[in-house]
Design a protein around this ligand. Structure first.
Ligand code: 3DU
Length: 213
């Protein structure tokens, strides 16, 4: 995935038509859109292919299964038009490695520490190990929390400068785009504060300014 704009737009709570319309309107300032269960369960997987005509699509299916089934899910997402797929790291190295292999030329991003408070219950304690495993398993990058920029920095230290870090949690969840990028993220993932805004273009411009673009 080419990172130029440092913004991935999460399209969750919209109809398919509205998602395509929002993506078209903001495409010039995005590196990708991210779709997950809310949109795909509403519209069907065809929405991935529709959106992929506009901008690269990351399927956030947070894949967490045995290796063979994780590989099937990733393959079907790529066949549907995904340029990237998000998988969970807690399932371990074999599931992540098979997912990365099944993705072929598409990107696989591994969830390490999530952005919500509950991530402190279990995930944070093993996030560094999951980042190292992602690095050694052929993943393109990791998902790390914009709500805790110091954790982005710690995880960047583990994976090194070349892998991507995508960071959700900007805006509605309280994280700042600028701080997250300065902490070491490659791009931020922004959902509700963009697609629900009265004027998404001005929110996008403010995010760009905050990130020094
Ligand atoms: O809070 P927002 O509306 O900006 O959406 C954030 C998106 O990122 C949303 O699609 C959610 O599923 C995803 N995400 C996280 O918020 C936190 C994670 O750790 C991983 C993914």
């Amino acid at each position: 995935m080419r990172i130029e704009n440092r913004i991935v737009l999460a399209l969750d709570d919209l109809t398919g038509d509205r998602a395509v319309e929002v993506a078209r309107g903001l495409a010039h300032g995005l590196d990708a859109v991210k779709v997950g269960y809310p949109l795909v369960l509403t519209e069907g997987v065809g929405v991935v292919s529709r959106l992929s005509q506009v901008v690269p699509v990351i399927c956030d299916f947070k894949v967490a299964d045995i290796p063979a089934v994780s590989a099937m899910i990733v393959r079907r997402a790529v066949d549907a038009g995904a340029a990237g797929v998000i998988v969970h790291g807690f399932v371990g190295h074999d599931s992540v490695a098979e997912a990365a292999e099944a993705a072929g030329d598409a990107d696989v991003f591994v969830v390490t520490e999530m952005s919500h408070p509950g991530a402190l219950d279990y995930l944070q304690a093993r996030a560094e190990e999951m980042a190292a495993m992602a690095r050694d398993s052929g993943a393109t990058g990791i998902i790390a929390p914009a709500t805790r920029p110091e954790r982005v920095t710690a995880l960047r230290g583990i994976i090194g400068p070349d892998m991507l870090i995508l960071s959700p949690g900007v805006g509605t969840q309280g994280g700042s785009a600028g701080e997250t990028i300065r902490a070491g993220a490659s791009a931020v993932i922004v959902g509700r504060s963009l697609y629900r805004a009265d004027d998404p273009h001005s929110v996008l411009e403010a995010l760009r300014r905050d990130m020094g673009l």
